[in-house]
Design a protein around this ligand. Structure first.
Ligand code: PEP
Ligand code: MN
Length: 340
């Protein structure tokens, strides 16, 4: 049986409308469905692979910026290097740590210093917060981004923070070094595409939906990759994150699926880290989950830390204090002596 493939065609911003018709005509004989991803990128399903002549002809259509044949973009994505030189995706774990929510400049500065001293590679902190209850604290928004930027200035730690909606992508990309997509948004497809297409080309940290399969996670990741392609970038700039799924077991907040980590590592498709904090729901389970994730091959951890967890404005129960985080980092160092 003939294998199918996908051709991705990126158009220039001012491409004439007929350009897409001309592309589709070149592929007429073997194409089936086609789809616009945003307005810049057309993907076309083909029976078999495009011929060299077809690819060349498409490339010559006025308004076409580039054409690429792909079976799957997520073949083998490269590790992600952060501005401070930390690398995520080599199997040597990097630890991203910080508060669930940014509460004030002082709070995030204190925590940034704590996690930096303990050896963290990057600072996390939510400023656009997805909350189950509409009455819970929703984050400091732009003011929170300013606080994060000051914490980076003071410590040199790269910033990881969430874009909750499509309208946040540009705002977050201006300040953050990594754009986080939360579990609840893993299948918010326009957000995935736009995050991948962010103008400065920041890497994306994509958290697994707690009701989603590994395959769905990998398909979501392809949307991010298509966004990059649409913005004229090479595949990459992606970190997956296993943060626990909802199972019939109610004893912990979620069930950390360490098998998913082993699976993704086995397929070698993209860097993957683990978030033991949101899986555990309680701080005493964070350490065992973190270590089991690393034993399964995780490329790093995302951990919630606060100077005074019981007073945190969100997720205090699952948040480590400075001493607990220090002990976790010691254990991580013992398990994986080459930690970055
Ligand atoms: C977070 O990491 O800030 C968060 C909200 O986690 P999740 O999307 O995994 O629930
Ligand atoms: Mn949280």
């Amino acid at each position: 049986m003939n294998k199918t493939s996908v051709v991705a065609v990126v158009f220039e911003a001012e491409a004439p409308r007929e350009a897409a018709d001309r592309v589709l005509r070149v592929l007429e004989a073997t194409r089936s469905q086609w789809r616009w991803q945003d307005r810049s990128l057309l993907t076309v399903h083909l029976e078999g692979a495009p011929t060299a002549a077809q690819s060349k002809e498409i490339g010559l259509v006025p308004g076409v910026a580039c054409v690429r044949s792909l079976t799957r973009l997520l073949g083998k994505l490269p590790p992600v290097t952060l501005p401070n030189g930390a690398v995520i995706g080599t199997g040597t774990p990097a630890v991203i740590a910080g508060p669930c929510s940014v509460e004030s400049e002082r709070q995030v500065l204190e925590i940034a210093r704590i996690v930096k001293d303990a050896g963290a590679s990057a600072l996390r902190g939510g400023v656009f917060k997805p909350r189950s209850s509409p009455y819970s604290f929703g984050g400091l928004e732009e003011e929170g981004l300013r606080c994060l930027a000051r914490a980076r200035d003071a410590t040199g730690l790269p910033l990881v923070t969430e874009a909750l909606g499509v309208e946040h992508v540009d705002l977050v990309a201006r300040v953050a070094d990594v754009i986080q997509i939360g579990s609840r948004n893993m299948q918010h497809f326009p957000l995935l595409f736009r995050a991948g297409a962010n103008a400065p080309g920041r890497p994306v940290l994509l958290k697994r939906g707690f009701g989603c399969t590994v395959d769905e996670l990998l398909q979501a990741a392809e949307y991010v990759q298509l966004g990059r392609l649409g913005a004229g970038r090479e595949p990459g700039g992606l970190i997956l994150c296993e943060r626990g799924i909802r199972t019939f077991e109610p004893s912990m907040r979620f069930t950390l699926d360490v098998g998913a980590i082993a699976l993704v590592k086995d397929r070698g498709c993209a860097p993957i880290i683990a978030d033991p904090s949101h899986a555990a729901g309680e701080r005493r389970y964070v350490r065992p989950l973190a270590l089991s994730a690393l034993a399964a091959g995780a490329d790093g951890l995302l951990v919630e830390v606060h100077r005074d967890p019981d007073r945190a404005w969100s997720d205090g129960r699952q948040t480590l204090d400075a001493d607990e985080f220090g002990r976790l980092m010691d254990d991580v160092g013992r398990l994986t002596p080459t930690r970055v």
